[in-house]
Design a protein around this ligand. Structure first.
Ligand code: ADP
Ligand code: ZN
Length: 606
């Protein structure tokens, strides 16, 4: 940065000069400090002939007293100058040597003006340098742009291939064409084929969107530029936009290449939406749109972006010629999970009993990142246990850890709380065991895990579910209410521990009424439109939803009716199984963990 170097040299010179000035000043100032005398005393001394010499300046007199009664040495003094027209006459009369002096204000000026100016200059210089890094006009290694928040990462060879991404076959299929284009762009442009400029990867967090984008770059052997949308938002106004410009400049030079924007929603929220229009975000977004429109389709630069909330994106981003191709990257199904587990298990040594198919069956709803985490946790456990190979038990425990957070054995509940939690959890489990269709209970535990759950009932569906019948949903609500109902039955009152259960039960009931048309009273209609751009949701909420207040009241009534019905049902059921409840809770209190089949045995005994 030549400009900055020049500045820093001149700053250095200034500091040196200042140092020199201070040094000299130190010598000029007499070592002996002059006495301050009142003017009247000076006049008396003068009249007595004790003054040897005087220097007159505009504001003061500086003089030397003759050695005598006051001291043996000639003594220095100063006094404030008073308007005294006879002074010169008197000085002459007493034969005092005197000179006039025009006081130099040079040094004082330096103190007053130059030092603050230098300070300000210094601060300004550092700010500019910071900004300069933020703007980073591309000199000096794009990849080391350093301390600024929005980092652009450029990877020449990502070394990631499609073999590393599992369980997202459809997405891979859709991206094959892009790879072909990046490999041999001429072939496509010669024929005038239209290649999508922007591809939006849509899916929940941790499903491998970033991984997929890197794999596309790896497969095509092109540079991968990546930047995160959320980092733009915290920057100075104007910096984000210039960053976007930079990014495209660089990409054009390195073409063919891929630009990947993670968390596009942070940057591409509908403009003018949200509590405050965010100027910086809008500028950055506008710049992105300008760049997307402006670049030559023949240049092989493919823009990819990831989001888990496509519904809040500014519609302008999704127009033809922008992110007009959307690829869904969803949570994997059982086969997909198995494939992902295989990919990650390659890096570790599995024992003969470590059947990852069991793990794949246990983990519906898990994302690729969760599964990678399971393998990692299992490996850590194996090391901790001084084992050579990862076994099934480690894998299973890793699943639990990922499900429920880390085991916190050291967190103690008092005896009363423990009893409550035990009955609560057995309550859930008994209700679940009583319904033939409900998900089987794996285990019940009251070892506190994480922050939220004091105990938990691990209920895993055996298969992935896409459709659920009304009774199944009702059963789910019943199981959720089982904990609270058990507490009431045994202790006569509920506790705060059931709050999360209630929230979830209410959510299910609400969806039944509003989305699935499962309420007879309200009929088979859906009153819920969730996937709308935010701007429309805001308008909708100003109009109090797309149903009337009367309907809203009916919805509330219906939700309450569903919950109440299920609560009654659960109360009856648990009252009937009270002895199994007490015995199950007793076993649980003793052992802290109990399996589903053990509880079933207890239940069948009674
Ligand atoms: P996203 O960008 O969708 O949030 P990432 O791509 O960052 O998710 O995934 C995080 C990590 O999880 C990856 O680095 C990888 O280890 C693992 N992972 C996620 N999805 C998959 C997948 N489909 N196949 C293999 N590993 C995956
Ligand atoms: Zn509960």
């Amino acid at each position: 940065m030549p400009v900055n170097k020049k500045i820093s040299v001149s700053v250095l010179c200034a500091f040196l000069t200042m140092g020199a000035v201070l040094f000299v000043l130190n010598f000029i100032t007499p070592m002996q400090m002059p006495d301050e005398l009142p003017y009247s005393e000076f006049k008396t001394l003068l009249a007595a002939g004790n003054v040897e010499e005087v220097t007159v300046t505009r504001q003061s007199l500086l003089g030397k007293l003759k050695p005598g009664e006051r001291s043996k040495e000639p003594k220095l003094f100063t006094t404030v100058r008073v308007e005294d027209p006879d002074l010169v006459k008197e000085l002459n009369a007493r034969n005092v040597k005197f000179t006039g002096m025009i006081e130099s204000t040079f040094l004082r000026d330096i103190m007053w003006w130059v030092i603050p100016a230098l300070l300000f200059g210094g601060i300004w210089f550092f700010v500019i340098r910071r900004l300069g890094q933020g703007l980073g006009q591309g000199q000096k290694g794009f990849m080391t742009v350093g301390k600024s928040k929005a980092k652009i990462y450029a990877e020449k060879d990502t070394k990631v291939t499609f073999a590393d991404v599992a369980g997202v076959e459809e997405a891979k299929e859709e991206l094959r064409e892009v790879i072909e284009f990046l490999k041999t762009p001429e072939r496509f442009t010669r024929l005038g084929a239209k290649i999508p400029k922007g591809i939006l990867l849509v899916g929940p967090p941790g499903t491998g969107k970033t991984l997929l984008a890197r794999a596309v770059a790896g497969e095509a052997g092109v540079t991968f530029f990546s930047i995160s949308g959320s980092e733009f938002v915290e920057m100075f106004v104007g910096v984000g936009a210039s960053r976007v410009r930079d990014l495209f400049e660089q990409a054009k030079v390195k073409a063919p290449c891929i630009i990947f924007i993670d968390e596009l929603d942070a940057l591409g929220k509908a403009r003018g939406a949200g509590p405050m229009a965010h100027e910086e975000r809008e500028q950055t977004l506008n710049q992105l749109l300008v760049e997307m429109d402006g670049f030559d389709p023949r240049i092989a630069v493919i823009l990819m972006a990831a989001t888990n909330r496509p519904e809040i994106l500014d519609p302008a981003l999704l127009r033809p010629g922008r992110f007009d191709r959307q690829v869904l990257v969803d949570r994997p199904d059982k086969i997909g999970r198995l494939a992902i587990l295989r990919v990650h298990a390659k890096r570790v040594t599995l024992g003969p009993d470590a059947d990852i198919e069991v793990i794949a069956a246990m983990t519906p709803g898990f994302s690729g990142a969760d599964l990678a985490n399971i393998i990692n946790e299992a490996t850590l456990l194996t090391v901790r246990r001084n084992k050579e190979q990862v076994g099934l038990s480690e894998l299973q425990e890793a699943v639990e850890r990922v499900v429920a957070g880390l085991e916190k054995k050291n967190r103690v509940l008092n005896k009363m709380e423990k009893e409550r939690v035990a009955h609560h959890e057995v309550g859930h489990a008994l209700v679940a065991l009583s319904f033939p269709g409900a998900d089987p209970i794996q285990k019940i535990s009251i070892i506190p895990r994480g922050i939220a759950a004091l105990g938990y009932t691990l209920q895993l569906p055996t298969e992935d579910r896409f459709l659920m019948a009304k009774t199944e949903l009702e059963n789910k609500i019943a199981v959720l209410l089982g904990g609270r109902s058990a507490e009431e039955l045994i202790f006569g009152e509920a506790s705060t521990g059931a709050q999360n259960d209630l929230v979830r039960a209410t959510d299910i009931a609400k969806s039944m009424v509003k989305s699935y048309g499962m309420s007879e009273k309200l009929g088979t209609v859906t009153l819920d439109r969730e996937r709308q751009p935010l701007i429309m949701q805001i308008q909708a909420s100003q109009e109090k939803g797309d149903y009337s207040e009367e309907t809203a009241r009916e919805i509330d009534c219906e939700v309450r009716r569903i919950i109440d019905e299920q609560y009654d049902r659960v109360r009856w059921l648990l009252a009937e199984k009270k002895r199994a409840l007490i015995e199950g809770a007793q076993v649980l209190l003793e052992r802290e963990v109990i399996s589903g089949s053990e509880l079933r045995a207890i239940m069948d005994n009674h």
